[in-house]
Design a protein around this ligand. Structure first.
Ligand code: NDP
Length: 499
């Protein structure tokens, strides 16, 4: 980083303006693609082998930052899903269920170590396929995915201590459907606890981001996991529906939209299938007047702009106490200007590409809804790359509680700012949402943190921080954010029966 004299330079996204006629210019620091190997075509990973899809159909996966095709992946149809479920059932009955738990743990541990060994490659592929900044893939997605495997490897032979005086049995075959916002991490959240509890798996990756799940399949193959214990297939919504409806699936684990979550619940109603649904969110992030303001502003920025706002627990509704609202909004706007938007492979980038054209359209739709509703829109003045799907970090002020931008999940870098005067008022407003996944509270007083969090209906509440994840800690929602918990000891429960 160099400090240079300001000289009518064209406005660049990697330039941060400072007072006194100086600006800090970040030289580009692109990660090299060379450490990643992406095949031109991927088949389905069924029964420990790469199998061609029976419908012989493939679809392209593209880099949303450049719109270039990265690879093509197989589309699994119903027959492929059946094959994968059969393989998982056979592996469950013949191998995995019977294997001593300490042996199962060794496999899970081995997968964790191999994710660490291939961390750089996985991070590059995650960024190329999904558009998230390489810093986030490298420092968050990949290490947290490895940590989930490490953590659950530890539980595999200690289930009797997790649930003392109970008989713990596995369920059978788990059907798992993951979204596009944290592809590798979501695969780890789903596969690790399922294996640790003795279940086998059929997992479907998301249509726009299949590559790291397929890389995980390569790792699983290299780790010599018995064939059929984990099957990873790619496809669109119809493939997910085929998993949900397959009669030989014992448990569904789904992360995605509330709409699809509702479809799944209807589809499995009355069946023997257990389910965990981790759905949308519209988290309230609350700043009280006694909060450390600069720290809170930084937390709000991280809370909403992390991963381009494609985060189910994103702090997308900001409630600021009226007495500090002006100061907070000014500081937020200043900070917005310093966020670097652009090439996700550049290590300086704060905000990468929107995951897909379709998601960019959804975000744009909400930007016009917000303006039409009478809210005031402020977006960073940064230029956007000419190619690829990009969106400036944006915030809305003068937002009413009833506005759609305060009620609905936008899933993009868009913050709605509302104000409040009293504790009761903000509790009422924060809880007035169909969702209840996460929330944040910023205050100097410990007692206030306890009082507020006790009254808030959200699965995870962060105090004086946001977006902190740890495999030991459970995650999941209330209301339309779904049910069941993933992570921690609680994350074992959805995969077992207790006698
Ligand atoms: P979806 O809920 O459609 O996608 C999640 C996963 O479910 C994907 O693997 C998807 O496949 C699959 N799927 C789609 N339809 C079905 C079905 N009928 N039965 C079983 N599985 C199905 O989310 P979208 O990608 O369409 O995103 C739409 C909105 O959902 C976003 O704007 C955001 O608001 C929210 N969302 C929330 C997430 C969260 O973490 N809570 C994650 C992703 C999205 P495919 O990828 O092929 O469509």
């Amino acid at each position: 980083m160099a400090i240079v004299k300001k000289k009518a330079a064209p406005k660049k996204s990697n330039t941060i303006k400072l007072k006194f006629d100086t600006e800090w210019t970040y030289a580009p620091a692109p990660e090299s693609r060379s450490a990643a190997s992406i095949k031109p075509r991927y088949e389905l990973f069924i029964n420990g082998e790469w199998q061609k899809p029976q419908g012989r159909k493939y679809f392209a996966t593209i880099n949303p930052a450049t719109e270039e095709k990265l690879s093509e992946v197989a589309e699994a149809n119903e027959a492929d899903v059946s094959k994968a479920v059969e393989a998982a059932r056979k592996a469950y009955d013949k191998t995995w269920k019977k294997m001593p738990a300490r042996e199962r743990a060794k496999y899970i541990f081995r997968i964790a170590r191999m994710i660490q060994e291939k961390a750089r490659e996985l991070a590059i592929i995650e960024t190329l396929d999904g558009g998230k900044p390489i810093r986030e893939s490298r420092d968050f997605d990949v290490p947290t995915a490895a940590n989930h495997f490490f953590y659950y490897a530890g539980w595999a032979d200690k289930l009797e201590y997790a649930f003392p005086n109970r008989r713990v049995s596995s369920l059978g075959v788990a059907g798992q459907i993951i979204p596009w916002n944290f592809p590798l991490l979501m695969a780890a959240w789903k596969i690790a606890p399922a294996l640790a509890t003795g279940n086998t798996v059929v997992l479907k990756s998301a249509e726009t981001t299949p590559l790291t799940a397929l890389k995980l399949a390569e790792i699983i193959q290299e780790a010599d996991l018995p064939p059929g214990v984990v099957n990873i297939i790619s496809g669109a919504g119809a493939t997910g529906a085929a998993i949900v409806n397959h009669p030989d699936i014992n448990k569904i684990a789904f992360t995605g939209s509330t709409d699809v979550g509702k479809l799944i619940q209807r589809a499995i109603a009355g069946s023997h299938k257990k389910a965990t649904l981790e759905l949308g969110g519209k988290a309230a992030n609350i700043i009280f007047e006694d909060a450390p303001i600069d720290q809170a502003v930084e937390g709000v920025i991280n809370g909403i702009y992390f991963n381009q706002g494609h985060v189910c627990c994103a702090g997308s509704r900001l409630y600021v106490q009226e007495s500090v609202a002006k100061e907070v909004i000014r500081k937020l706007k200043d900070r917005l200007e310093t966020l670097i938007v652009g090439d996700p492979m550049d290590k300086n980038t704060d905000i990468g590409a929107i995951n897909s054209k379709q998601q960019l359209e959804t975000i744009h739709k909400y930007l016009s809804i917000g303006k039409k509703e009478g809210a005031e829109m402020y977006e960073s003045s940064c230029p956007l790359p000419r190619k690829g799907y990009f969106c400036r970090p944006t915030l809305f002020t003068n937002v009413a509680q009833s506005n759609r931008i305060a009620q609905e999940e936008i899933f993009g870098p868009v913050l709605s700012v509302l104000t409040f005067r009293t504790d009761d008022e903000v509790i009422e407003k924060a809880n007035n949402s169909p969702y209840g996944l996460s929330a944040g509270v910023w205050t100097d007083k410990g007692s206030k943190i306890f009082n507020m969090t006790r009254r808030m209906r959200a699965g995870v509440i962060w105090a004086n921080t946001f977006n902190k994840f740890d495999p030991t800690s459970p995650f999941g929602g209330y209301k339309e954010s779904g049910f069941g918990r993933e992570g921690g000891l609680h994350g074992l429960l959805p995969y077992i029966e207790l006698g």
